[in-house]
Design a protein around this ligand. Sequence first.
Ligand SMILES: Cc1cc2nc3c(=O)[nH]c(=O)nc-3n(C[C@H](O)[C@H](O)[C@H](O)COP(=O)(O)OP(=O)(O)OC[C@H]3O[C@@H](n4cnc5c(N)ncnc54)[C@H](O)[C@@H]3O)c2cc1C
Length: 356
Amino acid sequence: MNEKETNKIRRIAVVGGGIGGLTFAIAMRHHGIDVDIYEQAEELREVGAAVALSANATRFYYNHWGLGEAFDEAAFEISSLIYRDGKTGHEIGRHAGGQAYRDLFGGPYLGIHRAELQRILSTKVGMERIHLNKRLVNIDDTGEQAVLHFKDGSKAEADIVIGADGVRSTVRNLMLGYEDYIYAGYTAFRGIVPIDKLPNMPDPTAIQFWMGESGHCLHYPIGGDRKGDINFFLVERTPTTWPLKQSTAPTDDGDQLRLFKDWHPALVEMIASNTLKTVNQRWGMVYRMTLGRWSKGRVTLLGDAAHSLVPHHGRSRMPWSLLTALPLRVPRRLQKPLNVTSDCVVVGRARLCMRR
Ligand SMILES: Cc1cc2nc3c(=O)[nH]c(=O)nc-3n(C[C@H](O)[C@H](O)[C@H](O)COP(=O)(O)OP(=O)(O)OC[C@H]3O[C@@H](n4cnc5c(N)ncnc54)[C@H](O)[C@@H]3O)c2cc1C
């Protein structure tokens, strides 16, 4: 890219106001660059229940972007990470959480409701930069600038387009020319249960992984108004096929327990408590194949659109979602127009760089 071209990079458009898009906007703001987010939803609302954030994400929120206080209020700091036999409850492994975890990894391990996470991130971005009701249907990248076309007939121009539109990404489909998400062969139930409904739960302040033949379950406490209540994610290897266009499908009451009836009493209590409507929905787990490159022309992918993994091992996809967003810095040759410092990852026709 020559100097003339770099000077033109003024506008960055992000498609999707999810965790990745919002976090990317905060990362760019940190370097003095405003971006516009185009989100298809009428309002920013959470998908599903809660999310567990490991230090790969929280150390940026706490140490770089001044969001520690907001997270302290809204999240629950996990006391330990425990692996158990699903039926007997026998402890297989344990790692320290709390201060010991912070000392080791540079940030806390948190459980937080997705609505709270979105509130914190969107407040930091500023709602004036988030354009709702903008469902992207096409991108024309043949002219001087990329032109984004939305379902409502409106358009926006940008020098760089970031596709942060999730696992069923339209930007990725446009880039590849076909849809490539794949059903993983797993489905999941998720919900939030008041802690007082779980008298048999050992270590209720830990994130726990229960494993067995029929599937597995992970759960952790959340903060905010529901402090100490437990968010759970129950995964089973069924059915063998899934209607790919759908994220969720209704299920019969009691279906959730079918494969887990003889599991530990704490798990049975949790699954059977059925206190939220979402527990009656079955989520189909999909993923995307790895691509050789995430960028084409002025367009690049971020988060699940770039590299979605199935979430059921609780390995926190957050770092993966944010890998392209969190550590970006802008190269020297863009310093002048964008007033930032740096060194490289290709984003569209620009090169933005990973902090080491
Ligand atoms: C059941 C489940 C449990 C999970 N649990 C965890 C966990 O505990 N910890 C963790 O770190 N991760 C977890 N994940 C993964 C995590 O949710 C994702 O990795 C993360 O949300 C990806 O962020 P993203 O911004 O790429 O996509 P998303 O958060 O999915 O956001 C995409 C956004 O793009 C918008 N959009 C889509 N299409 C368009 C369009 N055409 N035009 C405009 N906007 C559009 C959507 O409305 C959405 O707001 C879980 C995922 C699932 C499915």
